[in-house]
Design a protein around this ligand. Structure first.
Ligand code: ATP
Ligand code: MG
Length: 175
């Protein structure tokens, strides 16, 4: 599956914990293009799961996104992005610089999010948290179509996210 992406774009990855957002980001984008709420929490506290640092992590996330978009650099937001209000604030930031926003949602069954989470080597998120995120994901999947993205891509299942080929289109390109 080919995924055409304007360069620059702001790319919002959307999905519960265990959806495969970070795996996808690192497979398809350069490390400096990816801004991760978990990485920022880890930088602040040595613990990517430390929710006490969330407010500061998201503040820094916005500063980094702003700094990169100002420079017209493609930016990937690796966070669950399950709240409409958060997605809206990122769209506003991108609109300030005329940068298109792309949504990539990772839609799997809740048992897949849970089993991937249980099997991960780094950090396991509580089942109740993942289940409630899956509920919010169902709402997000309905809302995304009307939120005004340049494009919305919904990846379902393992093969699809593995087989994706991201094709970048430069600013001067019209195709
Ligand atoms: N397409 C896939 N097929 C099978 N396993 C996968 C796939 N993508 C990721 N995984 C595995 O699932 C686990 C979680 O993946 P990943 O860390 O990318 O999730 P995440 O969406 O970033 O979660 P979080 O929001 O908690 O950071 C990892 O162990 C990863 O190896
Ligand atoms: Mg992750």
């Amino acid at each position: 599956m080919s995924l055409p992406i304007n360069d620059p774009s702001l790319i919002l990855l959307i999905g519960p914990s265990g959806a495969g957002k970070s795996t996808f980001a690192h497979a398809h984008f350069r490390p400096t293009e990816i801004v991760s709420s978990d990485d920022l929490r880890a930088m602040l506290t040595d613990d990517a799961a430390d929710q006490d640092a969330s407010a500061e992590a998201f503040h820094i996330l916005s500063l980094v996104i702003n700094g990169r978009l100002k420079r017209r650099l493609l930016t990937v937001v690796d966070a669950t992005n399950l709240r409409a209000a958060n997605r809206k604030s990122y769209r506003r930031l991108a609109a300030r610089y005329g940068i298109p926003v792309v949504a990539i949602a990772f839609d799997s069954a809740v048992h897949e999010y849970l089993s991937r989470n249980a099997g991960r080597p780094d950090r396991v998120v509580d089942d109740e948290v993942v289940t409630s995120q899956a509920d919010r994901m169902a709402v997000a999947l309905v809302d995304l179509a009307d939120e005004g993205y340049e494009s919305v891509h919904i990846l379902r299942g393992d093969e699809e996210s593995v087989e994706v080929v991201v094709r970048r289109r430069g600013e001067a390109s019209t195709s």
